[in-house]
Write a protein that binds this ligand. Structure first.
Ligand SMILES: Cc1ncc(C[n+]2csc(CCOP(=O)(O)OP(=O)(O)O)c2C)c(N)n1
Length: 298
């Protein structure tokens, strides 16, 4: 049963990787490396973990997802299309005038997009507001926020992280796409971002390091975090996230530091930052198709 579930999700992750290559190829612009980095995380969320209704994207009880590193939206669009929010063929319109699929996510344009992003740094802050609103309404929906690691150079991230912990927003689940690289080089060299785990812990968050490409691990920890996030404070007591770590305090928000590889899935892109923002040539696209298989955008 578990194997079937993992195999199904891994097949979808491969399909959406293929979609991203095609989408950026047709658009003639976009960010393939940052998108492939988050394929497995988004597949786990949208096809297994989140409470959603693609037929009614504005459903109030839905879980929210904020792609704080908005430049990776080709992957968000691919996942939304395959999940049924709009036809996959529409992915071909990425970045064209009048398209619902702009180069960075726009919540009022695209069905399924919960937050406008692109200017880095704002996702945790947006999530903080959405989580407070859910609590005030008495809803048990969750707010997932995915940030880049280079993005954590933005000061507002830490101000917002402090607020989420202060307001005891256990309904926020953050994931850091910790691929170690940003547009201009390594994250450590550019912003001096070190001791990430200790930083989040110091800001009051329960911090778990995971392999962001291991589907089995992803769904296990995200499932635990989601069940905990929906539970009452009383029931959260003692609910654990991973076997080898003590459970969080019932008031703590959870952050996953997901170790990932930029460009994951295509060996010629993996760890090569030239693919931060670049369009595949005809040959490179063909090569990607032969590695990833699956369906075209139609
Ligand atoms: C406020 C702001 N500053 C700069 C940029 C330009 N920018 C786009 S992507 C990027 C790098 C982001 O790095 P990271 O968060 O590690 O994401 P990844 O490259 O892994 O996708 C930068 C600086 C931006 N979009 N917003």
């Amino acid at each position: 049963m578990m194997t079937e579930r993992i195999n199904r999700l891994n097949t979808i992750a491969t399909q959406v990787r293929r979609d991203v290559v095609n989408t950026i190829y047709y658009a003639g612009d976009g960010h393939p490396g940052p998108s492939l980095s988050i394929a497995d995380i988004l597949t786990a969320l949208y096809f297994d973990i989140m409470r959603l209704n693609p037929v009614d994207p504005g459903w109030q009880q839905r879980d929210r997802f904020i792609l704080s590193k908005g430049h990776a939206c080709p992957m968000l669009y691919a996942v939304l299309a395959r999940r049924g929010y709009f036809p996959p063929v529409e992915l071909k319109t990425l970045r064209s005038l009048g398209s619902r699929l702009q180069g960075h996510p726009v919540m009022k344009s695209t069905p399924g997009v919960d937050a406008t992003s692109g200017s880095l740094g704002h996702g945790i802050s947006q999530g903080c507001g959405m989580a407070i609103a859910a609590n005030r309404r008495g809803d048990d929906n969750l707010v997932f926020v995915l940030t880049g690691d280079g993005e954590l150079n933005e000061g507002i991230v830490w101000e917002a992280a402090m607020c989420v912990a202060k307001f005891k927003l256990a309904n926020v689940i953050a994931i850091v796409d910790n691929n170690g690289v940003q547009s201009g080089g390594t994250v450590e060299k550019i912003g001096g971002l070190v001791k990430l785990r200790e930083k989040w812990e110091a800001f009051g968050w329960y911090t778990v390091e995971i392999d962001g490409h291991n589907m089995e691990q992803l769904i296990s920890v995200l499932d635990n975090a989601a069940k905990r996030g929906r539970a009452s404070r009383e029931k959260r007591e003692g609910m654990s996230i991973v076997a080898d770590q003590a459970p969080p305090h019932p008031d703590q928000p959870v952050v996953f530091i997901a170790h990932t590889i930029k460009g994951k899935g295509l060996p010629y892109m993996e760890g090569n930052n030239a693919w931060h923002k670049r369009v595949p040539t005809d040959e490179e696209r063909e090569q990607a198709m032969s590695i990833l298989g699956g369906l075209d955008l139609e």
